[in-house]
Design a binder for this molecule. Structure first.
Ligand SMILES: Cc1cc2nc3c(=O)[nH]c(=O)nc-3n(C[C@H](O)[C@H](O)[C@H](O)COP(=O)(O)O)c2cc1C
Length: 235
């Protein structure tokens, strides 16, 4: 097995300067408008492979990744409208009755997103139009779908988060933008069919991938974070 110390990770393509981790953490934001510039299979393969350097309990590596790019993305865009527009999600995206401060955090980012786009509170059509943009991967040329074996439990689901953040930070290092999308959990049947996932696997989320559109207002949205005292304390 490849080790993480044998320098066999993919060399970033076209990016000589590697970022500091803190720069990648600070630079990564969810990109919700991509340009049409394609992303090579080679670059995607490297990203998917290198994100597998993420840790997981017992080194189980529970992530199962399906990559859609180029011709297969075009086929997926044709396929989606032929399928049910929405399924009951197989997991609760948020708990019912989300308590504070989580409820406010969630509410705030929603309001900030619509404010960035100039969509007022009562413009329900405008809001659902933006939501529907999820379905087109925000025009991204590529995406991955992250699945997990149904046997897995909470610890392995948390391992998926390890994988996804590693993936998204490496994408920043390589000049790409990403948006994780739980949205795809409400179209799980269509995606499972398209990627031909075995019945024992369920989808967690998709990640749209591409070059951020520098002219899009939505890409200026910088979400807030709670300060240390809001979520941590020394004991
Ligand atoms: C697992 C996961 C699923 C997400 N699903 C969606 C989604 O379906 N649609 C969307 O627009 N943003 C989605 N997001 C993006 C979050 O809204 C975003 O990460 C959060 O508001 C923080 O903003 P930032 O990513 O710009 O730092 C998702 C993020 C994560 C980590």
């Amino acid at each position: 097995m490849r080790t993480r110390h044998d320098h066999s990770f993919t060399e970033p393509i076209g990016f000589d300067v590697r970022m500091n981790v803190i720069d990648a953490v600070g630079t990564r934001i969810s990109i919700r408008q991509f340009t049409a510039e394609p992303v090579s299979d080679e670059l995607l393969r490297g990203l998917v492979q290198d994100a597998g350097g993420a840790p997981s309990g017992g080194n189980v590596q529970p992530w199962r990744i399906y990559v859609v790019n180029g011709a297969s993305m075009a086929r997926l865009r044709e396929f989606l409208p032929t399928q049910a527009p929405m399924d009951a999600p197989e997991y609760d995206i948020y708990p019912a009755g989300l308590v504070e401060p989580y409820r406010t955090n969630r509410f705030t980012i929603g309001e900030q997103m619509y404010a960035t786009l100039g969509i007022p509170r009562d413009d329900k059509a405008g809001r659902s139009q933006q939501f529907a943009h999820n379905n087109n991967f925000f025009d991204a040329p590529a995406a991955i779908f992250c699945f997990i074996d149904r046997q897995m439990g909470l610890p392995q689901w948390s391992d998926l988060g390890m994988y996804l953040q590693t993936f998204m930070l490496l994408a920043v290092e390589r000049g790409l933008g990403t948006c994780a999308q739980e949205y795809w959990s409400i179209r799980h049947a269509a995606i499972s069919t398209f990627v031909d996932a075995p019945a024992n696997e369920m989808i967690f989320c998709g990640v749209s991938i591409g070059h951020p559109d520098p002219t899009a207002a939505i890409n200026t949205l910088k979400s807030e974070r709670m300060p240390f005292d809001g979520f941590a304390r020394f004991v």
